[in-house]
Design a protein around this ligand. Structure first.
Ligand code: IPM
Ligand code: MN
Length: 375
């Protein structure tokens, strides 16, 4: 069996971490008797600065022939923030309609968590983040630039000044951004989360802010309730997004599968990453179950560490395991995760963020060797 997998090393530390991920995936392939043929796609800052192109139609068409893309990281200080993130990363998530962003929050054995008195048994859940709608659709704008306030507002400004409130200018300029969710877009991701809950602990927590943003998230909640009737075995609850950040810290053991709209999912998964030991350990998958999916660490491109062979490759190696599982190589994927755990428990070959002094490639070598050695 041979799998063809496109690789986008990307920017910053991307090439270094993805190289280790490929090394470990190849070790798992060797052990389990399959081959991986990698094809590199050079997208990201260099490509953009050389050609002015973010991600071309040709590359997208080419990539859409594959089931799973392996991605390092996107983002570079030479380019204004947001240009590459939106133009490359989000462009791909949207183009391939990767409507599920799957983010396991699992504390591996031997990892330190900042949560006092919590261990691997307490921190083991999956966040299913909606990945194509909400405030990420890119509809927004600015208006009234250069228009000054009317008399009433000038009077109010004077009032503010009198009471020492900071008034920057008399401009009326506004900025707005629109969040949109569709019935189909909401239903498909919630359904995915229910199906996942059926395979796991049969508990699904929904995240919203239906108490304030009641149009958009009231709708989300209605869809959740409607679908829940099709899964009578799954226990459900609703969580306001502000409250769930509190419960992730206080009672992470309550959670099994968590489903969240795009932006809240983005925010709570950085918190999730921290309780599982840090961004260097948090993998993610952008999934279109019928199309092209994409596997990446959830952290960014850490430009200040670029080329230093210093950062932790584990999140990317773990994302590689998720990729193997997606291709149907579950035993190989499990081996990779076990090898990560063995490396961590060994305690010797660790990068600086985990209190060690090993290099990126030493960690990759160690995990690849464990994959090949362990039966
Ligand atoms: C993530 C990132 C991205 C997001 C950015 C870089 C566009 O924060 O993958 O969580 O907001 O989705
Ligand atoms: Mn994020």
């Amino acid at each position: 069996m041979k799998y063809k997998v496109p690789v986008i090393p990307g920017d910053g530390i991307g090439p270094e971490i993805v190289a280790e991920g490929m090394k470990v995936a190849e070790a798992a392939a060797e052990k389990h008797g399959f081959d991986i043929e990698w094809t590199t796609f050079s997208l990201g800052a260099d490509h953009y600065l050389e050609t002015g192109e973010l991600v071309g139609e040709d590359a997208l068409k080419d990539l859409s022939r594959y089931r799973a893309i392996y991605l390092g990281s996107i983002g570079d200080p030479r380019v204004k923030p947001g240009v590459l993130e939106k133009g490359v990363l989000l462009a791909m998530r949207f183009y391939f309609d990767q409507y599920v962003n799957l983010r396991p929050v699992k504390l591996l054995e031997g990892i330190w968590t900042p949560l006092k008195d919590k261990g691997p048994k307490d921190i083991d859940f999956v966040v299913v983040r909606e990945n194509t709608e909400d405030f990420y659709i890119g509809i927004g704008g600015r208006a009234k630039a250069g228009r000054s306030r009317d008399e009433f507002e000038v009077a109010r400004t004077l009032y503010d000044v009198k009471f020492g409130l900071d008034v920057e200018s008399d401009s009326e300029e506004i900025a707005y951004q629109i969040g949109m969710i569709s019935k189909e877009g909401t239903a498909r991701v919630i359904k995915y989360a229910f199906d996942l809950a059926m395979e796991r602990g049969k508990h699904l927590a929904s995240v919203d802010k239906a108490n304030v943003l009641s149009d958009i998230y009231g709708f989300w909640r209605e869809e959740f309730e409607r679908l829940s009737t099709q899964y009578p075995e799954v226990k459900t609850d609703f969580n306001f997004v502000d409250a769930i950040t509190m419960w992730f810290v206080k009672n992470p053991e309550w959670f099994d599968v968590v489903v969240a709209p795009n932006m809240f999912g983005d925010i709570i998964t950085d918190l999730g990453a921290m309780i599982q030991g840090g961004l260097g350990l948090a993998p993610g998958a952008n999934i279109n179950p019928e199309g092209t999916s994409m596997f990446e660490p959830i952290h960014g491109s850490a430009p200040k560490y670029k080329g230093m062979n210093k950062v932790n490759p584990i999140a990317t190696i773990w994302a590689g395991a998720m990729l193997l599982e997606h291709l149907g190589e579950r035993a190989a994927a499990e081996d990779v995760i076990r090898a990560i755990e063995t490396n961590i428990k060994g305690g010797k070959v660790r990068t600086y963020d985990m209190g060690g002094s090993a290099t990126t490639s030493e960690v990759g070598d160690d995990i690849a060797a464990i994959v090949l050695k362990e039966i």
